[in-house]
Design a protein around this ligand. Structure first.
Ligand code: UDP
Ligand code: MG
Length: 158
């Protein structure tokens, strides 16, 4: 019998592990897109691309919290301006779920610089500049988990 009890138990264990490891990403709708009234249109694109909303929060980062979030970029020339911009208005933080979530979401949003983003991507449609580029997207499963827990407790994730 192919689907015996042991097989089912092993399989479901590995599915649970795989889901946790690879199927979630983190995004923020950045202040430029929120203030322009594009949060709904962007969220619609995200859901139509097959992502499930696991957690959603409208919030505002202090400059200090923005600095912590972008700690990895501390040495980059744009770090100070980026932190000021990201704390200049509200953001919509979201955890998203889909197979291959991190890579598929990067494809959906397009290149960091909207001038280089593919037609039809979120950044091509909504970004104002390389800095005010409408959305954040995690770059790895590990960072997706770190960034998600930066904004959401376990009981805020569904
Ligand atoms: N950024 C910027 N100038 C640059 C590169 C990046 O202002 O030359 C900002 C931009 O908002 C970007 C964020 O810093 O989204 C993080 O940069 P990263 O290289 O991680 O790009 P992303 O992963 O967001 O595409
Ligand atoms: Mg990045």
């Amino acid at each position: 019998m192919i689907f015996g009890a042991n097989f089912a138990a092993e399989t479901s264990k590995s599915f649970i592990f795989t889901d946790m490891a690879t199927n979630r990403t983190f995004t923020m709708i950045k202040p430029d897109a929120y203030l322009a009234g594009n949060s709904g249109a962007i969220t619609k694109m995200i859901e139509e691309a097959g992502f499930r909303l696991v957690a959603v929060k409208l919030t505002k980062l202090s400059a200090e919290r923005a600095g912590q979030f972008y700690e990895v970029h501390r040495e980059r020339s744009f770090y100070g301006e980026l932190c000021a911009y990201m704390s200049s208005g509200p953001v919509v933080a979201m955890i998203l779920e889909k197979d291959n979530a991190v890579a598929d979401f990067r494809t959906l949003i397009g290149a960091t610089n909207p001038a280089n983003a593919e037609p039809g991507t979120i950044r091509k449609l909504f970004a104002k500049s390389i800095e005010a580029n409408a959305v954040h997207g995690s770059d790895s499963d590990e960072n997706a988990a770190i960034e998600g827990s930066f904004f959401f407790s376990g009981t805020e994730q569904f």
